[in-house]
Each structure stands twice: as structure tokens, then as C-alpha cells.
Write a protein that binds this ligand. Structure first.
Ligand code: SAM
Ligand code: SF4
Length: 448
């Protein structure tokens, strides 16, 4: 979501005459796009702001803006920070060029956050957001081969630990016509892979005339668009509604990548209830079984929170058991972080000590790593189709053995990271790589 918002804001600012700068030293304006999901992310932003405050002592004209969820959550409080000129929430980003121009011109602080964010937005606000969103990638000729398209905003689930419903507002599905039109235009500009985004993307619903569009319908319609070769969607909520239909479209369309990100959060039914997640571990695992029945070879990823208030050793063991049964490609594991305003923060005590959270995090990661390692080994000697993302983190590696070609990185349909050497001009193209060695999260190989 934040990558997409950053791309939208960058495009809008370029159209308004601003240019991207390589470093803070050269920039006249610094914008920080923020996340509020965990306290740690917010602390990082505060430490960046401390650094910018220092820089502003010698460059008082530097304009600093904070956008995104932290801006919405803290509003005025953040505007009081000495370094900050602009605070702009996620639903207000269509105003960003105006706010910046004003800050540069008038040197005044400005605040743009949504009042009463859980109330349905005004028509004017929805129209502004829709126009801002759908303009992305339409004029920009340099758009990369892959793009994100938001299909829903906000969330209505109110998982007890989560700040998203309070900072991104109520769940709203974008019109299916607007989404399909946007994908078509992105394809016209050379985009080959589109990732559909929503906090609970599988609950997408949009009524046009007699028909209510689901995510399965969207995927089917997007599969017919010429030029689009791969379609993905994140993140799925473990719900039965439309689940089989979505899996059937995945099985039937070669364009829909065989990848499902479906967070479980915990394997303990007691903790799942306290988290306000509407499923049991048994029903969750049944969904994974169905996914594998309909799409054999599907690659599945999950999210977990360890150290939720009241999580006992027994609860944690239930999570370990679930991870062992789920056989994820990978899992994102987070230590519980109390978020102000959420139910778990108001009603439950953050009573699992830091060192216990840390130990459970490490233990669960180790269980998952063993599974990722076993799954990655199945690729040895296989050839995989890869969309090339660009230079790897260590582009100089193995250059001598590869005709001076740098090390590149890409992803397979199942979202495996694939590393190989080849000309940088392959960026944005589909290629085939023969896998010669593996690590738990990465496949290494040679161009075929
Ligand atoms: N909408 C997605 C879903 O329901 O699965 C996830 C959205 S959330 C931005 C991404 C992940 O952050 C969650 O899956 C959860 O594991 C983690 N998360 C959210 N709130 C958290 C908290 N208070 N402490 C720790 N992790 C948290
Ligand atoms: Fe947060 Fe739950 Fe909504 Fe995901 S589904 S964004 S975890 S409230």
C-alpha cells in the first residue's frame, strides 16, 4: 500500500513540476511516507525527523512533510515537531502538490488529515481520491514492468490489535470498471505484472447493474487484457466467501500467479478469538487444503503475531503446530506491538515479556526456515519463469564467471526470489532460469 502511495505522490509531484532528488542533501523538500502498524516503524520516523531537525538548523528553507498513516494517527501532535511543515493523511494525498507549493511559498505549517475517518467520506473526497489514483501510470512513460493497483481502501474487520481501520477508514471497493480501465492503460504503457491491493482483497465487492463483482470476476476480466502476463493479489483474509471461485480462476488462468498470502496470525483458537479473527485454526487449515486441492503447487505465505496479550506457552505451541502443518513458502513474524486506540491496547495488558516475545519470534522463524529450506530444494535442477526486477543487492557477485554480467534478481510466479547473472537490460522482462543451488528463501541459477 505504501509503495503505491509513494508512487502516486511521486507522479503527482512530477506533474506539478517537482523533480526527484538523489539525496536529502540536494533536496528542497523531504517527504516521509509512514506506517503505524507497529510502534517500531513510528520510532524510525521520529528518529529521521530528529535528523532532519538538525539539518534544518543550517538549511531553514528545507520543507519536511509527513504523509501516510502516522500523519493521520498523530495529526496536530506531529505538526508541532520542530522539523515538520506538512502533515497529510492517506485520504488527503490528492492535495499534496498544493500543500507543498504553499509550504515552499508561504513557509507556513499545514495539516490535512481526515476528521472522523470512520464516517463514509464525502463524495467530493471520494472523487478526488479516485481521480488521483486512476491518473497513475497513464501519462508516465517510465513506469516499470510491474505496478500495484488498489482495488479497495480501508478495512472493516477491526482485528483487536490493528490500527489500520482507524487510519485508513472504512472498507470501500473501487469500481470494477475503473480498476479494469486502469489495468488496461497500464498494459498499454508496457506493464506486464499487476498486483491488486486490498487489506482483505478477497472481500472485494462492487455492484454494477444486476451484477456484483467479486475478486474472482476482477481477476478473470483482468486476465483478458492483452499485455498483462501476471496478476497477483494481496492480502487475503481467511474467509470462505468466494474462496473456491478465486482458487478456480487461479487454476484456470495461466496469468493468475499461483501465490496466496493469507495471514493466520496465531494457531491458538483462544488467541484468535481475542484477536477478533473470525476463524479457528482448523477452518484455516481446511482453507489451505482446499487451495492446494484446486491449485496443486500453489505457494502460500502467512503472517503471525507472537506475544499477543495472554499468549501462553501452550498457545504458542499451537502456532508452531499450525506453521508445521501449513507448509508456507515463507511467513512474516511480528512481535505484538500495542497500538494506541485499538481494542487490545485498551482492554488487555501487554503482559508477555519482551524476551519471551523475542524467543518465540526466533523459534517460530526457525520452524519456518526449515520448511522454506525443504520447499526450496524441490526446485533444484528445475527451470523457472522469472520476471526480472533489476540488479540484486550484490550486483558484482559472480561477474567474472558470467561474461561480466551483473547479478540480477527477479521473482517466480510462486513469489520465490530468484538470483542469477545476466545483462541489466533484462530488467522488466520474462526469462527462464535453471536452478542450481538454493537457500531457504532464495533460488540461485543460470539463464537458459
Ligand atoms: N490486512 C492484512 C490481514 O488482515 O492479514 C494485514 C495488514 S497488517 C498492515 C500486516 C501485518 O502486520 C498483519 O498481518 C499482522 O501480522 C501485523 N500486525 C498488525 N498489527 C500488529 C500489531 N499491533 N503488532 C504486531 N504486528 C501487527
Ligand atoms: Fe488490520 Fe485485521 Fe483489517 Fe488486516 S483485516 S487490516 S489485520 S483490521
Amino acid at each position: 500500500m505504501n509503495k503505491l502511495d509513494t508512487a502516486l505522490v511521486t507522479t503527482a509531484l512530477e506533474e506539478a513540476g517537482f523533480g526527484l532528488s538523489e539525496s536529502v542533501k540536494e533536496a528542497d523538500v523531504v517527504l516521509i511516507n509512514t506506517c503505524s502498524v507497529r510502534e517500531h516503524a513510528e520510532q524510525l520516523v521520529l528518529s529521521h525527523l530528529g535528523h532532519l531537525k538538525h539539518i534544518k538548523k543550517s538549511r531553514p528553507d528545507l520543507v519536511v512533510g509527513v504523509i501516510g498513516c502516522m500523519a493521520q494517527r498523530l495529526g496536530d501532535e506531529l505538526l508541532e515537531h520542530e522539523a515538520v511543515n506538512i502533515v497529510c493523511g492517506p485520504a488527503e494525498i490528492p492535495q499534496i502538490s498544493e500543500l507543498l507549493a504553499k509550504a515552499v511559498r508561504e513557509r507556513q505549517k499545514s495539516l490535512a488529515v481526515t476528521e472522523k475517518i470512520r464516517r463514509k467520506g464525502s463524495q467530493q473526497q471520494s472523487r478526488a481520491l479516485e481521480e488521483f489514483e486512476s491518473a497513475y501510470g497513464i501519462k508516465d512513460e517510465r513506469i516499470p514492468a510491474q505496478a500495484f493497483v488498489r482495488v479497495m481502501r480501508g478495512c472493516n474487520n477491526f482485528c483487536s490489535y490493528c490500527v489500520v481501520p482507524y487510519v485508513r477508514g472504512p472498507e470501500v471497493s473501487r469500481s470494477s470498471e475503473a480498476v479494469i480501465e486502469q489495468i488496461r492503460k497500464l498494459a498499454d504503457h508496457g506493464v506486464k505484472q499487476v498486483t491488486l491491493l486490498g487489506q482483505t482483497v478477497n472481500s472485494y465487492k462492487y455492484k454494477i447493474g444486476e451484477k456484483t463483482w467479486s475478486l474472482a470476476d476482477l481477476l478473470e476480466a483482468a486476465s483478458d487484457i492483452e499485455g498483462i502476463e501476471w496478476l497477483r493479489f494481496v492480502t487475503s483474509y481467511p474467509s470462505e466467501e468466494h474462496f473456491d471461485e478465486i482458487m478456480q480462476v487461479m487454476a484456470g488462468s495461466p496469468k493468475v500467479c499461483e501465490y496466496l498470502h493469507i495471514p493466520a496470525q496465531s494457531g491458538s483458537d483462544r488467541i484468535l478469538r481475542a484477536m477478533n479473527r473470525n476463524y479457528s485454526s482448523r477452518r484455516y487449515l481446511e482453507l489451505l487444503d482446499r487451495a492446494r486441492e484446486i491449485v496443486p503447487g500453489i505457494s502460500i505465505a502467512g503472517d503471525f503475531i507472537v506475544g499477543f496479550p495472554g499468549e501462553s506457552e501452550e498457545d504458542f505451541q499451537a502456532t508452531v503446530n499450525l506453521v508445521e502443518k501449513a507448509r508456507y513458502k515463507n511467513a512474516f513474524i511480528f512481535k505484538y506491538s500495542p497500538r494506541p486506540g485499538t481494542k487490545s491496547d485498551k482492554r488487555l495488558q501487554d503482559n508477555v515479556p519482551g524476551e519471551v516475545k523475542q524467543r518465540r519470534n526466533v523459534e517460530l522463524l526457525a520452524v519456518q526456515e526449515k520448511i522454506s529450506d525443504e520447499l526450496s530444494r524441490e526446485f533444484l535442477g528445475e527451470e523457472v519463469k522469472v520476471l526480472v526486477e533489476g540488479l540484486s543487492k550484490k550486483p558484482h557477485l559472480n561477474m567474472a564467471d558470467a561474461g561480466d554480467n551483473p547479478q540480477l534478481v527477479g521473482r517466480s510466479s510462486g513469489d520465490w526470489i530468484v538470483v542469477f547473472n545476466g545483462p541489466e537490460s533484462l530488467t522488466g522482462k520474462f526469462i527462464r532460469v535453471k536452478i542450481e543451488s538454493v537457500s531457504p528463501l532464495t533460488l540461485f541459477g543460470r539463464l537458459t
